[in-house]
Design a protein around this ligand. Structure first.
Ligand code: ZN
Length: 576
């Protein structure tokens, strides 16, 4: 059975031989320990991990990674229920295995079942043959001397249960790192934060709203040319929006992409996300009151990078505390009422920044919108041929975008009523795969081991009030000049500094979308689910070239919450 486990996640003959060989070797070694009751119990406890391993390999096609362990540590009952429900067949098939594992744990204590030494030796010999075969193939495929010890090391890290043990070690190391960094963060401040035109009279009040979307893909917005009218309310005010059409996120999962957007951390130096305060700290130093209103749970048991950012605000509120949610998450419309309440509480001359964190288009899509937004059905407006079940999910996804459009327009309309200096930026934390290769593609979701452009191409737009435009006429042409440039979401940090009229010592102004000398990135850096840095070369237009992280460097994975990512190598091996 363990051999089948390994087979599910591997690709080439060499990898299969190596993984199965290592698994057989580990199993025969483990069986030698069977004569001791405590060891037997410990081994059977490990069987409890088998359903988890099988689930991840069946659904995401890869071994357990630090990102998976971190997500399990940070997830909620609601999210787990939705994920298992979304892959109900796999989940159902794994129930007997989980039951068997629980039984084995109890049975192992009373059983007397030493395994014959001779059988272990035979199994060990089979393992040696398979591993040798894999290494011979690897040597044959390589032009130069292959790094055989590196191949075995990488193979071990992708083999059950080493993958889980390795990921746990990385995550625990990461938590130790982050707790040390948090102490440094508490004492961190940005240098010389002040208003650019501090001597000029300031309009009152000033309100800026930053809407953090979730799993929304640009390709499914009619604002960006999608054939279905998914964003009609924003389309209607298109002339009032500055729509950026080549923005990519710097990660494919929320826990990495939001820190990369709201702190000075980069994919090459993610540790900054935990050692420095975020843009919220900077805004507060600049005199703004900042409020974080979330429709995503607190992730509260561990202070991960997102909750650390949220808790920098003057106030932070989360959906599980709302009486109507009974501990769960409701539709994003609850953000509207809470936003209005926050505005009502603010003083007349307040200078405030409000972050609204949506649930957006996160799976399960069906749970993201009320019945009256069930607009897209059947195959109407489908852009490609899909199976019935795929089309059903695309329809639900598009309905969630349609609901997001409603929420965004409601917030903009509310800001219009203020007749004050106001601005709004919307972006999605990352995008989503949605059967992009047609009927044979069963991939949907985000956070796959291999980064796809469909997971990072996000919507991003800015709305500015009439008063803001009148007070800053020079800024609008600058934004419009950059609207079609390649942009990494990382640019948001300096863009927010300019939006709110602040500056500070040591800023990198050329990454701001307000900058006359904005410099588009040559490479788009992305952290994958395992916190490995992957680069995409960006040419003019849409020519993308994926850059695969070097296998060895990738295996020495980065702490999920600390340290820098490995250098990315192009497929020809040239460092970049
Ligand atoms: Zn997300």
């Amino acid at each position: 059975m363990l051999g089948c486990l390994a087979l599910l996640g591997t690709i080439s003959l060499q990898e299969e031989l190596l993984t199965v060989g290592l698994t057989v070797g580990l199993t025969s070694g483990a069986l030698l320990l069977y004569r001791w009751r405590l060891m037997r119990l410990a081994l059977h406890m490990m069987l409890l991990c088998v359903p988890l391993e099988l689930f991840y390999r069946a659904v995401y096609r890869g071994p357990i990674s630090p990102g998976v362990i971190l997500s399990i540590a940070e997830t909620s009952l609601r999210e787990t229920r939705e994920l298992l429900g979304g892959h109900s067949l796999v989940s159902f098939l794994l129930i007997p295995l989980a039951a068997l594992a629980v039984y084995a744990v109890f049975a192992s204590w009373v059983a007397e079942n030493p395994f014959a030494l001779r059988r272990c030796v035979v199994a060990g010999a089979v393992a040696v043959v398979m591993i040798t075969g894999a290494l011979v193939i690897a040597r044959g495929q390589s032009d130069s001397r292959a790094d055989l010890s590196g191949i075995v090391k990488d193979g071990l890290k992708a083999t059950f249960p080493i993958d889980i043990a390795h990921s746990l070690q990385v995550v625990v190391g990461g938590f130790i790192h982050i707790h040390r960094a948090l102490a440094a963060r508490a004492n961190f401040s940005f240098q010389n934060v002040h208003m650019v035109n501090a001597d000029q009279p300031r309009a009152s009040p000033e309100i800026y709203v930053i809407i953090v979307g979730e799993a929304s893909r640009r390709a499914d917005w009619s604002l960006y040319g999608y054939g279905r009218s998914t964003t009609p309310r924003l389309d209607a005010i298109r002339h009032d929006l500055i729509v950026f059409d080549r923005v990519t996120s710097n990660a494919t999962v929320t826990i990495f992409s939001i820190p990369l957007a709201l702190t000075r951390a980069t994919a090459a130096n993610f540790g900054t996300a935990s050692s420095e305060k975020s843009i919220i700290g900077l805004l507060r130093q600049g005199g703004y009151a900042v409020h974080w209103i979330s429709n995503q749970e607190h992730y509260g048991r561990n202070q991960n990078p997102i909750s650390a950012i949220a808790l920098e605000a003057n106030t932070a509120s989360f959906p599980e505390h709302l009486p109507e949610n009974s501990g769960g998450v409701g539709f994003d419309s609850n953000l509207l009422k809470r936003f209005n309440d926050e505005l009502a509480r603010s003083a007349d001359n307040a200078k405030i920044v409000v972050f609204l964190h949506m649930m957006g288009s996160h799976f399960r899509y069906l749970d993201r919108y009320p019945a009256e937004f069930d607009k897209f059905r059947g195959f109407d407006g489908a852009r490609r041929k899909l199976q019935q079940w795929q089309m059903q999910l695309v329809n639900e996804y598009d309905n969630s975008v349609y609901f997001t459009d409603y929420i965004l327009r409601e917030v903009i309309d509310r800001l219009m009523m203020c007749r004050c200096k106001a601005g709004l930026i919307y972006f999605s934390d990352h995008a989503e795969r949605l059967f992009d290769n047609g009927m044979s593609d069963d991939g949907f979701g985000h956070g796959f081991p291999t980064v796809s452009r469909h997971e990072i191409e996000i919507p991003f737009f800015i709305w500015l009030s009439r008063s803001y435009r009148d007070a800053n006429p020079e800024l609008i042409p600058r934004l419009e000049a950059n609207a079609h440039a390649a942009v990494e979401l990382h640019s948001l940090f300096e863009t927010l500094v300019d939006l709110t009229g602040l500056t500070y010592d040591g800023r990198i102004a050329a990454t701001s979308l307000f900058s006359e000398s904005y410099r588009p990135p040559r490479n788009l850096d992305v952290l994958n689910m395992s916190a490995q840095r992957v680069s995409f070369a960006v040419e003019d237009g849409d020519a993308w070239q994926a850059c695969i992280p070097a296998q060895k460097a990738a295996a020495d994975a980065v702490s999920a919450v600390g340290a820098s990512g490995p250098a990315c190598l192009q497929t020809n091996g040239a460092p970049r």
